[in-house]
Write a protein that binds this ligand. Structure first.
Ligand SMILES: Nc1ncnc2c1ncn2[C@@H]1O[C@H](COP(=O)(O)OP(=O)(O)O)[C@@H](O)[C@H]1O
Ligand SMILES: [Mg+2]
Length: 439
């Protein structure tokens, strides 16, 4: 049995006790899956008009006719995917010969070749087409044959979710053109394309002929939810997910309010509720309290920061590393864009094949980092030193250190141990005295 303190008197985690206590603790969840993004509830509050429009467009499939292609737009978490999946279930319930649905998430299945292979494999229910190898027109031909053979004179919906990602890819316009024109080459089966996009203006990067194929109907626009609407959505989900009496309305309202501030994203609202429940359960409390929601929000923010930094281009990561190093070695030091430029140049020289950047480019990266909330950058006029940006890290020092230390190049070249030359000279101290006076 493990003890809390080993023979050297050092703290050690007692996993056995932890699990035993956890098991004895209150159980808050009844059905945790109800808070997962993939869960489709029986009712979708505040999506009546969208459901009505899509039901109208797709109804002819019930009588064996081919519905027009159409697009759904809206920011993330506005219920686009859930609504389309909901419609697919309802159509199946009301059909004697239910339509086929092939669902393609373009962030996962992201090349024209893989989309064709995915449609083919989904219909046959096996990995028949390898994920690379065949020429595209060969698969297209095979797919046409398969649709006629398997689906016969039925309808097949092709849902292209996150379609905006596909347009940015090579061959994106062409594959969309092909998919929206399949019916011309089919003898029996009929297909209908539903495109779902998080970007409202994505058709600007589409060929006009593809746009007109995709917009055979007026696009359906999904508006962000407000706090009251999110409350209704969360309330219903909480009833399915939690045991009775575990969560009060006030706590649900708090989750709804916090998520409403972030563009009315229902996915975030549900994530917040789930995390708050998990924190409460780990703390062995009988109810989910407001402080669990606040802690959950902090955890989610941290996760986003980490994801965001990992997704930045290397030069932006190095700019952030330069700022980190300047703040690490002298807490008192005022960091200017000029300092960042110099520290970045030194870092760029350490890593092979990384270019030094101009003042201008560094300034662009500083603006981007400021926009994302990682730093604050205030432009100041410094008398005869000219205009400069004064930069400060805006997130926890420990967190940023932990994230940067996991970046491959930063780790490989031990950049976090590097001390910028600019911090080693007296000149800097003098400059800082001057700046401090001016600020
Ligand atoms: N009106 C609604 N009622 C119930 N749950 C909803 C509603 N709108 C969205 N959701 C839920 O919020 C989450 C995100 O919705 P989703 O359809 O994935 O958004 P989008 O595809 O627009 O990004 C899912 O878990 C979904 O079930
Ligand atoms: Mg979606």
């Amino acid at each position: 049995m493990l003890t809390n303190h080993n023979e050297k008197g050092m703290y050690s985690f007692n996993i056995d006790k932890f699990y035993q206590n956890y098991l004895k603790g209150p159980k808050l969840f009844k059905n945790r899956e109800a808070l997962e993004p993939s869960f489709i509830p029986d009712v979708l509050p505040h999506r009546n008009s969208e459901i009505e429009k899509i039901a109208g467009i797709t109804a002819c499939a019930l009588k064996g006719d081919v519905p027009p292609n159409f697009l759904c737009y809206g920011m993330t978490g506005t219920g686009k995917t859930a609504t389309v999946r909901y419609i697919s279930q309802k159509l199946a319930q009301h059909s004697t010969n239910p339509p086929w649905w092939v669902y393609i998430n373009c962030t996962v299945v992201s090349t024209p070749y893989r989309i064709l292979a995915h449609i083919y494999n989904t219909i046959v229910g096996k990995e028949k087409i390898p994920s690379t190898g065949l020429p595209k027109d060969v698969i297209l031909k095979k797919l046409l044959g398969l649709l006629d053979q398997y689906i016969k004179d039925g309808i097949c919906f092709l849902v292209l979710d996150e379609i905006d990602i596909l347009i940015e890819k090579k061959g994106g316009n062409e594959i969309l053109y092909n998919l929206t024109r399949l019916n011309e080459s089919l003898d029996h089966c009929r297909t209908s394309v539903i495109g779902i996009s998080n970007k409202l203006k994505f058709t600007e990067s589409l060929d006009a002929r593809v746009t007109s194929n995709l917009e055979e109907e007026e696009p359906i626009v999904f508006k962000p939810y407000n706090a009251n609407q999110l409350y209704d959505i969360l309330k219903l989900r909480a009833e399915i997910a939690f045991k009775e009496g575990v969560i009060d309305d006030g706590v649900i309202k708090l989750c709804a309010g916090l998520a409403a501030k972030e563009h009315g994203d229902a996915r975030k609202a549900l994530q917040l509720l789930r995390k708050a429940g998990e924190i409460a359960e780990r703390n062995q409390t009988k109810k989910i309290m407001e402080n669990h929601v606040e802690k959950a929000q902090k955890d989610i923010d941290k996760d986003h920061i980490v994801e965001y930094i990992f997704s930045m281009p290397l030069q932006a990561k190095l700019t952030l590393t330069a700022i980190f190093l300047l703040s690490k070695y002298t807490k008192e030091h005022i960091i200017t864009s000029g300092d960042i430029y110099e520290a970045h140049s030194e870092l760029a020289q350490i890593i092979p094949n990384v270019k030094q950047l101009t003042h201008r480019r560094i300034s662009d990266y500083i603006n981007e980092l400021a926009l994302s909330g990682l730093i604050t950058a205030i432009t100041k006029s410094m008398g005869h030193y000219g205009r400069t940006k004064i930069v400060k890290l805006d997130i926890e020092f420990k967190l940023i250190e932990r994230v940067l230390s996991q970046i491959k190049k930063v780790k490989e070249y031990r950049l976090l141990n590097y001390k910028p030359i600019i911090l080693q000279t007296n000149k800097v101290k003098i400059k800082n005295v001057v700046f401090k006076k001016l600020i």
